[in-house]
Design a protein around this ligand. Sequence first.
Ligand SMILES: *Cc1c(COP(=O)(O)O)cnc(C)c1O
Ligand SMILES: [Zn+2]
Length: 419
Amino acid sequence: MTDLSLPEEPTAPDVADGGVWLRCIDCGHEHAPFEEIIYTCTECGSLLEARYDHYPTFDEFTGRGVWRYRAALPFEEGVSLPEGATPLHEAPRLREEIDLRSLRIKHEGMNPTGSFKDRGMTVGVRVAQELGVDRLACASTGNTSAALAAYGTRAGLETLVLLPAGKVAAGKIAQASLHGARILEVDGNFDDCLDIVQELADRGEAYLLNSLNPFRLEGQKTIGLEILEEFRDDEGRFPDRIVLPVGNAGNTAALYKCFRELLAAGELADSDVPKLTGVQAEGAAPMVEAIETGAENTERWSDVETIATAIRIGNPVNAPKALPGIRQTGGTAVSVSDAAITDAQRALAGEGIGVEPASAASVAGLRALRERGVVGADEDVVCLTTGHLLKDPDAAAAAGSAPESVANGTDAVLSHLHD
Ligand SMILES: *Cc1c(COP(=O)(O)O)cnc(C)c1O
Ligand SMILES: [Zn+2]
């Protein structure tokens, strides 16, 4: 039985360390967080989540970025570049076109390595230091590897990344490479890479920093804290809905945890909780399938394909945490075509917001749900854009217009312009 509720006045169990412990989402078994390396429940193998003896209110947060929220994190500070404090853009033309009360774009591409993965890594690498490990590893569709490489090397730790050969955007490999990660290209998809790196971690070869690691999600939950805090201050209310691209469903799980912690702290009422709305590409949509069939977990898709390589994932490891999040908040999940993703990428670029294809899936999904009337015109919506345009320069160039050749001379340029 999944227990996702949080007690309002939690009592720390004996295994807690500094008011933090890990709790199994299925059997409820409680584990010491920093004594030995664990990723999943030792009793039943299910997912773990971090629990605290205190859930802070907004007035306990000071500073800027991820570590502003230290009162909601397992440590006071970490290896920081620094991350978070990303813009919450208005997008007036898109708002008008889609027809909504308000539309804001939370651009996570503005993090130090260009994706929200930095928020998870600043916390995850801090935990790795606590555990005293010397090698970090991840499987990645690209952005996790870029973030791991940067934060790992900053901490002076060795980093190893496993990537699906030929399916990672150029900017991301370049980052992982220059930041000094050892890069292994596997002849398989992301899910195969994750299977392998989990085995390596189980055999003690490296510390795993995929979003299966519950501490990654602690960092990522600050996306929700930033959105809710800023929206409340600007608009005097909370958004009705947060729409986000879904790959491994880590962010979906992290946002849901953020909401539950604010509920436990008394900062949110049940009716304030934004509807979590997940978007996947048609060629990689196991979460959408599970929402439609009512299943408790996803069925693994072994063949996945989409232009949105960051969400080209057939076996979302955080589905058991994320599916209840979508359901309990009254949200939904939808899949969109690659053409719709590229259209949305162009529309965002037309507002000056440059994102990679996976990020644009959120806006493509919102458009589809608004057309079907699932999203109402009276809603305040926030779309998450997860990664920067320059991550995937090939996709951006293909979606944009081609440069025109002209002869060298003002007359030639003018006559070309007036043609
Ligand atoms: C990792 C990533 C995602 C998927 O996020 P999950 O938390 O795994 O669902 C989406 N977009 C981009 C750009 C990413 O890097
Ligand atoms: Zn368990």
